[in-house]
Design a protein around this ligand. Structure first.
Ligand code: 3NM
Length: 209
């Protein structure tokens, strides 16, 4: 895997809350065609057997496109399929523990919800962070929006070292506002996955960043 993903401005998530499970390869290809430079499989409340099977199905699609394939939450599944990395939340343990389970360097990302958490993830050795949710979002229920005011600061401090992907409630229609607040890279889940044409929607997002 190359380091091209470090330039990614759009992070695509194949989220089983929106993507129909019989169309995951198609959705993955469309996200990549839309310009997603890194792809994550996210399947909340699904069995590990299901997630393992989907990961095996999607990994080769990402490999062929030289786009890293990241598994959300489950280090063991990421290791089992030889994914390109894992994404962990605040409660998913130290990043070093995840890194130790891979027998070669892999991408380890962390969700962060405040500037302090963003700094801590950098200090802990995260390869990238998610920063959000900027706005409340049904995709991640029960979390307040953190707003736009800290993006510039996190972008300058953390974003000069590792990619910072703003996330949470970002849509094509509020992207100008998010960009004006300093975001350089974004994760867009529902607005992309529910778009009539995912690839075209992805390209539109990238062209406005
Ligand atoms: N993580 P949408 S917000 C998966 O802040 C996720 O860590 C978040 O989905 C975080 O683009 C979020 O549909 C949901 O709002 C993003």
């Amino acid at each position: 895997m190359s380091n091209n993903w470090l330039e990614a401005t759009l992070y695509g998530i194949v989220d089983l809350g929106y993507a129909p499970e019989d169309r995951l390869p198609e959705v993955t290809r469309a996200l990549i065609a839309g310009g997603a430079g890194i792809i994550q499989l996210r399947a909340k409340d699904r069995t590990k057997d299901e997630i393992l099977a989907w990961a095996k199905e999607l990994l080769p699609i990402c490999r062929e496109a030289d786009v890293p394939f990241i598994v959300n939450d489950f280090i063991d599944i990421a290791v089992a399929v030889d994914a390109d990395g894992v994404h962990l939340g605040q409660d998913d343990g130290p990043l070093s523990a995840a890194r130790e389970q891979f027998n070669e360097p892999k991408i380890v990302g962390r969700s962060t919800h405040s500037p302090e958490q963003a700094q801590a993830a950098l200090a802990e050795g995260a390869d990238y962070i998610g920063f959000g949710p900027l706005f409340p979002t049904p995709t991640k229920k029960g979390r307040p929006g953190i707003g736009l005011e800290n993006i510039v600061g996190v972008q300058e401090t953390v974003g000069s070292k590792i990619p910072v992907f703003c996330i949470g409630g970002i849509r094509r229609d509020n992207l100008p506002e998010v960009k004006a607040a300093g975001a350089q890279r974004v994760v867009v889940v529902s607005d992309l996955l529910l778009a009539e044409d995912i690839a075209t929607a992805g390209q539109a997002i990238i062209s406005h960043l």
